[in-house]
Design a protein. Sequence first.
Length: 330
Amino acid sequence: MTLIQPCRRLPAWCLEFEAGQSIESAKIPCMQSSPARAVCPNCATEISGPFCPTCGQEQKELKKYVWTIAGEFFEDVFTADSRASRTLVALVFRPGHLTTEYFAGRRARYVAPVRLYLIISFLFFIILPLLSQLSPGNDRQVEVSGADSQEQNWREEVDAEMANVRIGWLSEEENAALTEKLRSQVSKLVAQIDENPASVYMEFMDLMSAVMFFLLPFFAIFLKFFYIGSGFYYAEHLLLAIHNHCFLYLALTLSSLLGYAENGSWANMTSTLETIVVLWMPVYLYLSMRRVYGQGHFVTALKFLVIGTCYFVLALMGFILTVIAGLWLA
């Protein structure tokens, strides 16, 4: 009779023998049970690494302490090889680089364009109202001689201008009702400005954020029209428009922060840096167009001036519509 000697000693509960049963047919729970395979919670695919081979979701532990999440966030932003840092460096110092990299298929190493736009525009339209509230001159009340009379003259001028508002297809009664409505809304807005100017500014910036978002496709239309024979699709023009708007929001935010810091002891340095940022903006936009479309300096400069003028007029119209909407909703 052959004796089976196990290589290691098994606990007594691992072997469950019945009368007349051989060891081959014995129930051995600890040897029959196999370890459970990890499964992706998103698509239920078996995984063997940190990423799902089907949907690509990273397998992270979601139950974390707050300081762990904060540490991972700052590590992702400030680490030299992170996507956020690579994207910000390219966005600020390399005009058109993000767009050309996206065209070349190298997208995973940078933040997605739409996500980048949403984050930077959100910060831009939040930081500017906060700076207006924190401005040193916001808390001071300056007494100016004759201020009441100047305000009265201004109100009379506004009333006179609104009295001249006439819409051709409206009757006299309807025009009179429109003028009265405008006067009422202007009076409400002036009272709100006197009471809490920061809230008015924040409401205006909320409206402007929506207007600027809807102006993006129009800017891409201008690019499509002036580069109609370039072989670029509309979506590719829209991608350049998104990246350039992200840069403008970031540059304007930095310029506002530097302008706010001009009141301190570093006034000369911050003023110089602010001037550099302002001058870099048109140069950046020009270089981005030349890098992406690859045309000569003269043709690119001409198209840059024409497209910039058209977009400025369109943005001015959006600004006027925002003011009208603010008056109507005040």
